[in-house]
Design a protein around this ligand. Structure first.
Ligand SMILES: [Zn+2]
Length: 330
């Protein structure tokens, strides 16, 4: 029944799903023999529906209906049509549900950025990506980096999903160095702690919140939360006695100042660059600060792999989640 598969894939593609997402969601048990029985074909559709966030019954009749449609809140919305928004939301909710199933549950009380920073600084010289990830997992907020994107264009920076009073963070765009991802994670944690998901099941930052400025109050609040958590101030004032930076001098300056400010050097470089039109210099200074490229997704998903209780998922769901966390090109 190869034709049957192709027809189904075609329907999912028309609904907006990327080939990678369909491939990741395709069950490992699928075979030509399975496709020869009505029950096998039905099981395939039920599995795909669960994983991609689709209504199962319509999919039996080759109709793609999303479980979630316009309930999520999108930030920095540009050109996405409703079907793409529904695909992003439904995929994210289904991945978030799996993450929460494999994470111990517990109540989440809102914690102020200052208190979180104090708790981290009790055991670290600064707040960095690693300590932020440890904090999220300690708060029972799973965090992964999506290596498979629901849409063909990789147009999502990060997403928070809320299910039954619990939260999961899905990071979208990778960076070669940890500091930009630390900012994104701190911003998403801000959305959780500031109760921005009180009336929406998911909140999706399509663009980089560090660069997007569109007068959205929740975005400003989450930025201030992130900066307070990372630097101790919502408006960090980093002084320097050098007027003109290039990448090596900026790197050297922040490496010298990191102890004084209690701010991770890469984050310090980004703070210095912000508002001074030094963004490209800061991005290339990260190479000097870290010495080597360190794709953040490896750290994010490496920690998630150790924290998730895979046994709680069952083989098929675990297979899907691993696909989403590893992607096609390791
Ligand atoms: Zn945001």
């Amino acid at each position: 029944m190869a034709g049957d598969d192709e027809n189904l894939i075609e329907r999912l593609r028309k609904a907006g799903f990327s080939r990678a997402a369909i491939r990741a969601a395709w069950p490992s048990w699928w075979s030509e023999e399975a496709g020869e029985t009505p029950s096998g074909r039905a099981e395939l559709r039920f599995a795909l529906a669960r994983r991609l966030g689709l209504e199962p019954k319509p999919l039996l009749g080759e109709r793609v209906e999303f479980v979630w449609n316009d309930e999520a809140r999108f930030k920095h919305l540009s050109t996405h049509d409703d079907a793409q928004k529904a695909a992003l939301t439904s995929f994210g909710m289904s991945v978030g549900r799996l993450l929460l199933r494999a994470t111990p549950s517990g109540p989440i009380d809102p914690i102020a950025a200052e208190a979180l920073r104090d708790a981290i600084m009790a055991g670290s010289p600064f707040v960095d990506l690693g300590s932020l990830l440890g904090t999220c997992w300690a708060l029972r907020i799973p965090v992964i980096h999506l290596r498979v994107f629901p849409l063909e264009a990789k147009s999502m920076h990060a997403m928070v999903v809320g299910i039954d009073g619990r939260f999961a963070i899905l990071l979208g765009r990778d960076a070669a160095y940890p500091a930009p991802v630390a900012f994104t994670l701190a911003h998403e944690l801000g959305h959780v702690m500031l109760n921005h998901l009180a009336d929406a099941p998911a909140l999706i930052d399509l663009e980089d919140p560090a660069l997007a400025r569109d007068g959205d109050e929740q975005e400003d609040e989450a930025d201030r939360f992130a900066l307070t958590l990372l630097t101790g101030s919502p408006e960090p004032d980093i002084q320097t006695n050098i007027d003109h930076f290039n990448a090596p001098t900026l790197a050297a300056a922040v490496l010298r100042a990191t102890g004084e400010y209690g701010v991770e050097p890469g984050t310090l470089a980004l703070c210095l660059a912000h508002g001074r039109s030094l963004w490209p210099v800061a991005m290339s200074a990260l190479g000097f600060i870290y010495g080597e490229r360190k794709p953040a997704w490896r750290e994010v998903n490496g920690i998630a792999d150790g924290e998730l209780d895979w046994d709680l998922l069952g083989d098929e769901a675990a297979h899907y989640l691993r696909n989403v966390m590893i992607g096609d090109n390791v």
